[in-house]
Design a protein around this ligand. Sequence first.
Ligand SMILES: NC(=O)c1ccc[n+]([C@@H]2O[C@H](COP(=O)([O-])OP(=O)(O)OC[C@H]3O[C@@H](n4cnc5c(N)ncnc54)[C@H](O)[C@@H]3O)[C@@H](O)[C@H]2O)c1
Length: 356
Amino acid sequence: MKAAVLGIGGMGMGVMATCRDCGRLAGVVGYDIAGTQIALACERGFVATTDLDGILNDPAVGVVFVTASNNAHKPLVMAALRAGKAVMCEKPIATTLEDAREMVDEAERRGLFFQIGFELRYSKLYTTIKNWIDQGLLGPVMNTQCTYICSEFHNKGSWRNRLSTGGGMFGEKLSHYVDLPRWWIGSPVTEVHSVCAPNVVPYYEVRDNYHTVYRFANGAVSELTFHMAVGETFAGDPLRDQLDQQKDDGHALRYLIVGTRGAAATDVFFRRIKRWEFGDSPTGMTSKWVEDITWNPKDDQEYYHNTHGQNLDIICRVLAGQPPRHPARDAYETMRLVEAAERSADSGNIQQMAAM
Ligand SMILES: NC(=O)c1ccc[n+]([C@@H]2O[C@H](COP(=O)([O-])OP(=O)(O)OC[C@H]3O[C@@H](n4cnc5c(N)ncnc54)[C@H](O)[C@@H]3O)[C@@H](O)[C@H]2O)c1
């Protein structure tokens, strides 16, 4: 089986390398509308073309990765599904919820493999939390808080800054950080409320900040605080370790996860995962810090950004004729929360979520 990668910018080039180096595929071909990207891919020794029909009509191409900018996801995914291919599409599924629904419906109607790139579900930082929850070490999760502060690294002119091409900041950046608590808590969301201040970044059409709260049917609540501007602008030596440089310069990406029997915390920039166990004593409730995990910088990608592991899993599953580990229908539920967060920010109202 061969793979195709549609959209070979930053993300697509990485997927091309995974496909080429995994030892499981007969080849990989890239496609982009930008001639500069085709030339760059060829320079790096990849096969790349502007002939999309040629790729989709090739029966040897069994799996298609859609890694173009968000506005191109729908047409590319629909074309690949109509050609009968297994498809992986980067998050957000699409720039509108209606488009996302049409795409998921189309894949299901055709009985085709369709998975969305929520790669944090493969990253050790977050699978460790999921394993602790599944083992009952935290008890039912009742409360999660996420703080995400970063620099403005999209830069002027990016497709990410426009609503028509990016679809909004929540889908583009924060969909991961809503997908995780939804995965951990495992209960449907009933209410979503976002409040946002006026932007600090003057040239964004999308928002640069959110305080968003989710209430789950089991009573749990989840909060997400985001701001994009504060962390120091990265202008360093690309050979220097970016995490170490940014850990104390205003960047933050951490979770607190509180259950009835214990709690856990993750911190990307300080490379930490912690766990506490709750207990009882004659004087009151106790908490004992029982685990403190860190990792080696060489394992950074595997711990907090495991697109490589995700895409290998997808290739193996398609080759074995297995369904997606995380079906697109589940990712669509996260997209509903993304859309509700933006709608709440627009209207100022709490959004009540209808059951799926
Ligand atoms: N899962 C993650 O953590 C993660 C991280 C980064 C990016 N992404 C996603 O990956 C996708 C690409 O992001 P990126 O950082 O590579 O962006 P990028 O700007 O580096 O690359 C996007 C590429 O898409 C191409 N393109 C645009 N329209 C196209 C079309 N109609 N057909 C073919 N190619 C087209 C552009 O020419 C460009 O080369 C986005 O959906 C983004 O949200 C996900």
